[in-house]
Ligand binder design. Structure first.
Ligand SMILES: Cc1ncc(COP(=O)(O)O)c(C=O)c1O
Length: 428
């Protein structure tokens, strides 16, 4: 059996039907922005491998940090023990996170970072003996695939088989620029009920629901209402964190700062799995007790894995360099140029950009959701050109590693323009 046959007889891949899809590509090496396959192809990773990779694949600084750590301390139980990489990473994060953040709780991925945030919020009110049990979330939200994170996410075909097992959430409409006033009014009315424990949101960009972007001003207004009514605000920065929106965190665009922030994806520069949930000292105060019943009884076997934390520290060191910050600005400016080139084309329903993220929605008279047939055409179209883009239905987006060169970005843009031209001529 060859590798692919061996894969197919043993492995179940994520978000992938077991039948009727192309065989997976066999990646043998990755370097910078390129994925190398066993048949000698070099594919541009224009989505940073599910939005995790910041500094390019095989970054030597991160690789060295992991290797050094692996030969010294690969893992240790994180209850009753601690280690340098975890401490250094927490200190580094607190240096760049909004200044109201005071502690970091580690977990394994984005979904668990969100689970931790939700549990922290519920237990905060439990420890204070206050009856606040409801959560507000935004329509279209995606916060992960575990039950808690699914509960605060959009009810859709993704969640249909599980829907009766999800806890109830008050969803407000997505503030689309036209309905912001009504959204704020609905939020205000919910807040006044006095029953709301927390408000969870993806700040400025809803990722999985189609890179939907909304106003920092509106979000700020929601946060100020939340603050007035003692509602814990949870910013899920799993996708937006570490420079994706142009600033280090999307929360940096806000005047009112969240109480809890969820991080993962770019946290290790994309090298190893790690999640982190930071919170304010006010949250900590509600747990600051010798009573085990008031303790946050949550943890994972690999919490704060030293190699992952060492990768996190190395990624942080790269992120804050002027070179990396300049790259973020350069990509953001290039995206704006591309946006103005394609905006207004009949075939482009919408094009939007924020920082290093650009999203192009293609006009379709068919289903425009994730399940749109268009994806089945778009994904192979780009892959044949050795470009990895994973369209969400009729929505193409680019989230590149920051080391992508202008010429490489131009290749991605040209492929998208070719697609637009092709689609425009076939649909006219
Ligand atoms: C905003 C947001 N939160 C949470 C998650 C879940 O992260 P993970 O896939 O690491 O569980 C994602 C993943 O795409 C996300 O975009």
């Amino acid at each position: 059996m060859n590798w692919i046959e061996r894969d197919k007889s043993t492995i179940w891949h994520p978000f992938t039907p077991l039948k009727g899809v192309a065989d997976p590509l066999m990646v043998t090496k990755a370097e910078g922005v390129y994925l190398h396959t066993d048949d000698g192809r070099k594919i541009i990773d224009a989505v940073s491998s599910w939005w995790v990779n910041l500094h390019g694949h095989g970054n030597p600084h991160i690789a060295k940090a992991i290797a050094t750590q692996a030969s010294n301390l690969e893992h240790v139980i994180f209850a009753g023990f601690t280690h340098e990489p975890a401490i250094k990473l927490a200190e580094s994060l607190l240096k760049i996170l909004p200044s109201n953040q005071s502690r970091v709780f580690y977990s394994d991925n984005g979904s668990t970072a969100v689970e931790v945030a939700i549990k922290m919020a519920f237990q905060y009110w439990f420890n204070k003996d206050e009856e606040k049990k409801r959560i507000i979330a935004i329509d279209g939200a995606y916060h992960g695939d575990t039950f808690g994170s699914m509960s605060v996410g959009e009810r859709s075909d993704f969640t249909k088989p599980f829907v009766e097992h999800l806890f109830e959430v008050d969803f407000i409409d997505f503030p689309n620029g036209e309905n912001d006033k009504e959204v704020i009014q609905t939020f205000q009315a919910l807040a006044e009920s006095g029953e709301i424990a927390a408000f969870i949101f993806e700040p400025l960009i809803q990722g999985a629901s189609g890179m939907r972007m909304y106003s920092a001003e509106t979000l700020d207004k929601l946060l100020s209402i939340a603050e007035e009514h003692n509602i814990i605000c949870i910013a899920d920065e799993v996708m937006t964190g570490f420079g994706r929106t142009g600033k280090l965190f999307a929360s940096d665009y806000l005047v009112n700062k969240p109480d809890i922030i969820c991080l993962s994806k770019g946290l290790t520069g994309g090298a190893l799995a790690l999640g982190a949930t930071s919170c304010t000292s006010d949250i900590i105060d509600a747990f600051n007790s010798e009573d085990l019943k008031k303790t946050f009884l949550h943890g994972h076997s690999y919490t704060a894995n030293p190699m992952a934390c060492a990768a996190g520290v190395a990624s942080y060191e790269l992120l804050i360099t002027p070179e990396c910050q300049d790259n973020i600005k350069r990509i953001a400016e290039k995206h704006i140029g591309f946006l103005s080139r394609i905006k207004g084309q009949r075939i482009v329903k919408d094009v939007r950009t924020k920082g290093t993220v650009i999203a192009i929605e293609i006009e379709t008279n068919k289903d425009s959701s994730y399940f749109s047939e268009m994806r089945n055409m778009l994904y192979p179209f780009f892959l044949e050109k050795d470009i990895l883009l994973r369209p969400l239905g009729n929505l193409i987006y680019i989230i590149p590693p920051y080391i992508i060169k202008n010429e490489e970005l131009d290749l991605v843009y040209s492929a998208i323009e070719e697609l637009l031209n092709k689609h425009s001529s076939t649909s006219s």
